[in-house]
Design a protein around this ligand. Structure first.
Ligand code: SIN
Length: 302
């Protein structure tokens, strides 16, 4: 019997595939569908204090080897989105509320609300590569990040995960700061800052000009970040970036991840991707003599 259940601190997951923030997580209905399709946990879209419209179209473009997006953190605001979380309260899988803010007080207030609405953990988005005052602008500053995590951990009892960016030189220092401040896990990585230009019009393809690149092409970047972080911290790491197949997930486990998030592959393989990837993981483990996920986590370290 192959066991692919996993734990992230106090969170127990029936399997290690989580829905990544920003895809199919507009409302309770779409998130429930991902649960029914086998996701082991759900991360909501990133929610702020107030509603935000996001950028003008085009916001998403499919490129040859991945997807380029600059949505601009569109969301209805925490009070309205809270209704969606309440509807999922009785689901069997952990619901992780993704939140973004510009400072520690706002992050703490959002985290308290996520807890009140019934989320099982929060994920701090300090890595969106193209939102002024938010995301990466917050997550590249170790002192600010430390303050934010401390401030969030004070009033909430939920596990706190922090999603980091690959677009920085000091990812290991940032990871150590996150652990030292008391966070419960690190999610690596968010999208890679990128751009594409239309040759006919000589204009950037995205209305925002630059965006974040995801999908198969960024997997080696994600694997490298997870590996480097895993050498430096003891808290669980969740790998994300280009995971499309069971073998992609196994590579992340061997790099040190305890679970993985799937985003772009929902587009490429459909919502059933969670069940399919889990089956592919089990088949690979069976064929290679592994029985539990723990045997795989960090297997590349020797
Ligand atoms: C967006 O809303 O533009 C993407 C969010 C993110 O990259 O974190």
């Amino acid at each position: 019997m192959i066991d692919i259940s996993t734990t992230l601190g106090p969170l127990r997951l029936r399997n290690p595939t989580m829905l990544a923030s920003g895809i199919m997580d507009e409302d309770a209905g779409s998130m429930q569908r991902m649960i029914d399709c086998g996701a082991g946990a759900i991360v909501t879209k990133s929610i702020g204090i107030k509603s935000r419209e996001g950028y003008a179209n085009p916001t998403v473009i499919e490129l040859d080897h991945g997807i380029l997006n600059a949505m601009g953190l569109p969301n209805p605001g925490i009070e309205q989105y809270g209704e969606e979380i309440k509807k999922l309260k009785r689901t069997k899988v952990p619901i992780i509320g993704s939140i973004y803010a510009a400072d520690a007080d706002e992050f703490a207030s959002l985290a308290k609300k996520m807890q009140r609405f019934g989320a099982n953990a929060v994920e701090l988005n300090v890595s969106c590569p193209h939102a002024k005052h938010y995301g990466l602008e917050v997550g590249c500053d170790p002192d600010l990040l430390h303050d934010i995590i401390k401030k969030v951990k004070g009033p909430v009892s939920l596990p706190v995960l922090v999603k980091v960016s690959p677009n920085i030189m000091n990812i290991v220092e940032i990871a150590q700061t996150i652990e030292k401040a008391g966070a419960d896990g690190i999610v690596a990585i968010n999208t890679v800052k990128a751009m594409a230009i239309d040759l006919q019009t000589a204009r950037p393809l995205l209305a925002n000009k630059t965006g974040g690149y995801s999908g198969k092409a960024i997997k080696p970047i994600g694997v490298r970040c997870v590996y480097d972080i895993a050498q430096a911290v003891d808290i669980p790491i969740i790998g994300v970036g280009g995971i499309t197949t069971g073998e992609d997930a196994i590579e992340y486990f061997m790099a040190g991840a305890s679970a993985v998030q799937i985003g772009s592959a929902v587009y490429y393989r459909g919502p059933e991707v969670f069940t399919v990837v889990c089956q592919e993981i089990k088949t690979w483990m069976k064929n290679h003599g592994y029985r539990t996920l723990n045997e795989l986590i960090g297997a590349s370290f020797q």
